[in-house]
Design a protein around this ligand. Sequence first.
Ligand SMILES: Cc1cc2nc3c(=O)[nH]c(=O)nc-3n(C[C@H](O)[C@H](O)[C@H](O)COP(=O)(O)O)c2cc1C
Length: 148
Amino acid sequence: MTKSICIITGSTLGGAEYVADHLESCLTNQGFEVALFNHATLNDIQSQEILLVVTSTHGAGELPDNIKPLFDELDQSDLNLSQMQFGVVGLGSRDYDTFCNAVNIVENTLKAKGAQQVCESERIDVSSNFEHDETAETWLSLFLRHLK
Ligand SMILES: Cc1cc2nc3c(=O)[nH]c(=O)nc-3n(C[C@H](O)[C@H](O)[C@H](O)COP(=O)(O)O)c2cc1C
């Protein structure tokens, strides 16, 4: 049976969205059914079985504005996401003390609702790594290998 994967993005300047678009193409080429949301709502994600979050970090270690309301709402909810497996790709810069802190927020919020993390998150340091798509694609193979 074709597996469905939901990708959601957190992005202010578009970088994380480009990476998510690339992962979407990789997955589609491998025969997965993919739904990508750049402004996801709770409704979009709550019944998903496989969730990929691609997010940058903004402010002082915060989620970008297009994804923050979703995670605030999720945090306040009593949803049970135990059917969900998830993975996270973060874009951030080591120039900030709060390097890729959005990844920590996403991991903690989803785990608190019972979702299972498939593999270690990828934290891309955009100040030294200019191969964002390639790094995310390599991580994607690891993620797919560990999916149940
Ligand atoms: C105003 C501002 C604040 C930022 N704050 C952080 C931060 O706290 N931690 C971090 O790791 N990166 C931080 N960054 C770096 C961004 O996460 C990085 O540039 C990323 O590639 C932006 O991705 P986007 O285009 O998807 O928004 C910040 C960038 C800007 C412009």
